[in-house]
Ligand binder design. Sequence first.
Ligand code: TXA
Ligand code: MG
Length: 364
Amino acid sequence: MARAICISGIECCGVETMVLTKLFRVDALYPDPSILDVVCRDVLSGKIIVFPTETVYGLGASIYRPEAIRRIFIAKNRPIDNPLIIHISRREHLYETAVDIPDAVWRLIELVWPGPLTLVLKGGSAVPPEATAGLPTVAIRMPAHPVAEKLIDCTGPLAAPSANISGRPSPTTSHHILTDMFGRTDIIIDAGDTIFGIESTIVDFSIKPPRLLRPGAMPIERITEILGIEVTVTDVSRGYVEAEEALAPGMKYRHYAPSTPLIVVETRKPEDVLKVALSLRRERKRIAVITCRENVEIYQGIVDKIITVGSRENLFEVAKNLFTTLRELDRLGVDIAVAESFPEKGIGLAIMNRLRKASTKIIL
Ligand code: TXA
Ligand code: MG
């Protein structure tokens, strides 16, 4: 069990607890092996750990320690019906974590793993119900981050959701993980900014044809090209449909949401965003606009804050800055924010999914 001591301050599922957190800073490419050795032993003995992946930081526990997996839900304040992704570092880990793996999946992972693609497969015997929320399927991925790879090589498979408090954007920087998880997790490995800054793509291969459950850092176009068959993309995967219709249990919960109301304008013409901003200005609202570098000048002198998430020509840059932008929105002192849209190609599909899920209103 965790060394949970009662100190007033953190409200955690109704219990006031504060966990003593050990913080290690490591080089993202060449992490100190002696640090990894220490934390590996801790994880095997049942500790929970924040660790970097190429997408976002994860909060992990060994799949062989169900009691530690349960603590992840408490630390994040995560509903227990929302299953976790199993992170592996070798293909052999699949033999214990999944069964009936289709040939197409073996071909796919040969080309894209390690990398930001999560597969939903029929669950194997080593994965406890604490990680799958009792589902017969399991989500599995092999992260492409030297720290995650080396850590999991030592610990074996780790069950891990993103290391944010539920409802907040996933953590992509040292600042995010310290803000959300210090005092809630036993260990933090801080390796600086993650690479993509947006979560993995999730595809359900337990059904035919496979279905996109969550767009992410791996473009769906690349997956369909390798498979040679279409992957079903629905309004749910685009981020329009909430609640009961959601396919991945986690998608029914409101996500990424700042307290500041956020309007997403889908038309992609900055003039339309400007019109929305002008009408809000007439209502005497203080307004922030989330835009790309190319359009900054259009809003100057009209809105109170202009937030640039990157260039339209480089959607990877936009993805990387998106969660920091959403986290900082509430600190700008504005009444409302209006966001431009981005092309739904490649990683753009994931950007639009997250923006829609963070929004309070979508203007089509
Ligand atoms: O990039 C990522 O995927 C990050 C890093 C840490 O790996 N992880 C992450 O985990 O985003 P999480 O828990 O925040 O999101 C995983 C999503 C949730 O919406 C969950 O409901 C869904 O995956 N999921 C997990 N197991 C599933 C299953 N068996 N069937 C359908 N959806 C599943
Ligand atoms: Mg998450």
